[in-house]
Design a protein around this ligand. Structure first.
Ligand code: GDP
Ligand code: ZN
Length: 292
């Protein structure tokens, strides 16, 4: 049978098989010899040892489409970065760092702003203005009022999505809304999600529906710029690309250079000053690092 590793604890792997449920499996010695460690998110072939007890063995790991190291997870199709439009105020510097990481890893990202019931219209328009030019799907939702959730759900369908965001923005609330009724068990999952999220560091995939999984991404708050240099940073701001041809200098960093297409676009309001400012901050941070 074929399934997906949704969790690994103490040498056991929990494999979700569509329509059959979850099997507790061991990885046989063959993997140790081949130096492959099964990861959450891996698609695997399993042999059933005991159907009644839902126990089995992993026979084979199917080829991976992608692999993240921190957190360790395989086959993520996309990320949903979730912030609150208000309460707490969104930290857009952090959001931009996250977008940068995903851009670097080539993982498509959806931006979701929750708690729209608490933000006034002008705030929502301001956020829309900042992010509309960079091309990420952008959603304004309220989990509390059920606003735009169906639209969000449809973007997740058939994919494995990493959900990330600071605490207090409504990630647990969203997961509770997304989890199918059958798996809810009188609020037990709600408690389980909270406990899981706040006390253990185990990565876990939640099955949302046919071929659809949500990965609760731990360790979100500390994002470093290790993968970038001051010279490469600009390549991960997708909205810069179409203006770079207009720069006088090849390899222009769009900061101090004259005749810069990106700075022109900024002046014309085609690039968000907030995004640009974050770019310059990170650029300078990286330049400083290189000097020492
Ligand atoms: P997490 O830390 O990201 O998992 O956030 P929670 O799901 O625990 O939510 C934090 C708080 O925000 C809880 O009190 C939720 O009831 C509340 N909350 C979640 N979504 C919304 C929303 O759309 N509107 C409002 N007003 N409150 C929300
Ligand atoms: Zn330039």
């Amino acid at each position: 049978m074929q399934g997906k590793i949704i969790k690994g604890i103490g040498g056991f792997y929990y494999i979700h098989v569509e329509h059959y449920g979850v099997y507790e499996c061991k990885a046989k010695g063959v993997f140790r010899n081949r130096k492959i460690k099964p990861l959450v998110g891996d698609n695997v072939e399993i042999d059933i040892i005991d159907e009644a007890d839902k126990k089995g063995n992993i026979r084979e790991i199917l080829p991976r489409n992608s692999e993240l190291i921190r957190p360790a997870v395989a086959n993520i199709d996309q990320a949903l970065v979730f912030f609150a439009a208000a309460q707490p105020e969104p930290n857009l510097g952090l959001l931009d760092r996250f977008l940068l990481q995903m851009e670097f890893k080539g993982i498509p990202t959806i931006i979701g702003f929750n708690k729209c019931d608490l933000a006034d219209v002008s705030k929502i328009e301001e956020l829309r203005d900042i992010y509309k030019a960079c091309g990420y799907p952008l959603l304004f939702v309220s989990v509390k009022e059920g606003k735009n959730l169906e639209e969000l759900k449809s973007l997740l369908y058939g994919k494995t999505t990493a959900l990330a965001g600071p605490s207090g923005v409504g990630k647990s609330s969203l997961m509770n809304w997304l989890l199918p009724e059958a798996e809810m068990e009188t609020g037990a999952v709600s408690e389980k999600i909270k406990r899981g999220r706040h006390t253990t560091r185990h990565s876990e995939l939640f099955h949302l529906g046919e071929g659809t999984y949500l990965f609760d991404t731990p360790g979100f708050s500390s994002l470093y710029l290790n993968d970038f240099t001051d010279e490469t940073l600009k390549n991960y701001f997708p909205e810069f690309t179409e203006y770079e041809d207009e720069c006088r200098f090849v390899g222009c960093n769009h900061v101090n250079e004259p005749d810069c297409g990106v700075k022109q676009a900024l002046e014309l309001g085609k690039i968000s000053p907030v995004r640009y400012e974050h770019y310059v901050q990170m650029y300078q941070e990286l330049k400083e690092q290189r000097r020492y």
